[in-house]
Design a protein around this ligand. Structure first.
Ligand SMILES: Cc1cc2nc3c(=O)[nH]c(=O)nc-3n(C[C@H](O)[C@H](O)[C@H](O)COP(=O)(O)O)c2cc1C
Length: 318
């Protein structure tokens, strides 16, 4: 293993840097990545946009609005449906020779199970390395409240998915920050059998046009991301690592996400307890971000004669 290399269950990441779901597409944008080989050298794994059983057109326009130090989005999980995705996009993604983690979403626990089953039967060659469960999507049976806010439901969703897929597939539960105590949700995901955690998804927010006095987003409300959420994501990683023994023992690795814009932010997340980080909104602003952070991390590790693995959670050392 090189100095930058880390493991998320059985996925070996050559660098602790991942795309963050929904912010780098699944196929079209990877063609763009492929034309810039240095990005591929810097990426540990590619995390796809969320896929669901059936095609979804997503929400009404406008779906993205810029706010101070971030963006609000209400894309609404637009995707082509899981079968078409495995037919068309996964073979393309495979060409780039990096681990693929597929982000999944559904409206009910049963649908999550069905989706996992479809993936098991469709992906006969085990071409993907992991599934990231988006528990921030609305639970239709529970009146649209997010799955991610109820520990019992999170546990059931994870258990249902685990029971349907191959043991070798890494299951990552992506936590919502729109909860009172994220550690309770993290513990529930661990009880359900998750192999890793990722945090955080977007924070619920909105913007109003003062001229027409209406919400700007077609969906009225959206998810806030970008530099403004970094202290929140960092705190949530820190708190889960600090208070959950499985995280502290690094048996359940954490992928830190939220507002990461540079080397400094990446280091903060790793020191707080993240094994790797996901980068989303900043990728829209700076398309050399992965190369820049990769270079700065390499320089730092060389200068200090250390490895990423030995820095994980270092802030907690007494
Ligand atoms: C346009 C957009 C689409 C997103 N789509 C998804 C998605 O499909 N599934 C998911 O779990 N998270 C999704 N996210 C959340 C991101 O993966 C990430 O958790 C969040 O944006 C915080 O990271 P960032 O501040 O680096 O962007 C989306 C975010 C944005 C901005």
């Amino acid at each position: 293993m090189n100095k930058l290399s880390v493991r998320i269950k059985n996925i070996v990441l050559k660098a602790p840097l991942l795309t963050s779901s929904g912010t780098s597409g699944s196929k079209d944008e990877i063609n763009f990545i492929q034309n810039r080989k240095s990005v591929l050298k810097s990426l540990g794994a590619f995390v796809t946009k969320g896929v669901s059983i059936n095609k979804s057109l997503g929400n009404k326009d406008p779906r993205i609005v810029e706010v101070r130090s971030g963006i609000l989005n209400s894309i609404g999980l637009q995707n082509k449906g899981v079968r078409k995705f495995f037919d068309e996009d996964v073979p393309e993604l495979r060409k780039y020779n990096i681990p693929i983690i597929v982000n999944i979403s559904a409206d009910t626990i049963e649908e999550f199970g069905e989706l996992a089953e479809i993936i098991k039967t469709t992906d006969r060659t085990n071409s993907i390395s992991g599934l990231e469960i988006n528990v921030s999507c609305p639970n239709i049976k529970k009146g649209g409240a997010a799955f991610g806010a109820d520990p019992q439901i999170v546990e059931k969703v994870v258990r249902e998915i685990k029971s349907k897929v191959h043991d070798s597939l890494c299951i990552i539960t992506k936590l919502s920050p729109n909860v009172t105590d994220i550690t309770q949700i993290a513990k529930a995901a661990i009880n359900g059998g998750t192999d890793a955690l990722s945090m955080i998804n977007t924070l619920r927010g909105m913007a109003i046009d003062i001229n027409n006095m209406k919400p700007i987003l077609g969906n009225q409300v959206g998810g806030l991301s970008g530099p403004c959420i970094k202290p929140i994501g960092l705190y949530m990683v820190y708190e889960c690592f600090r208070s959950i023994p499985e995280c502290k023992r690094k048996e359940i690795p954490i992928i830190g996400i939220g507002g990461i814009s540079n080397f400094n932010d990446t280091m903060e997340y790793i020191l707080a307890g993240a094994t790797a980080v996901g980068i989303g909104t900043q990728w829209f602003i700076n398309n050399t971000i992965f190369e820049e952070i990769h270079k700065d991390l390499t320089d730092y590790l060389d200068k200090n004669k250390t490895t990423i693995s030995s820095l994980i959670g270092k802030t907690h050392d007494s």
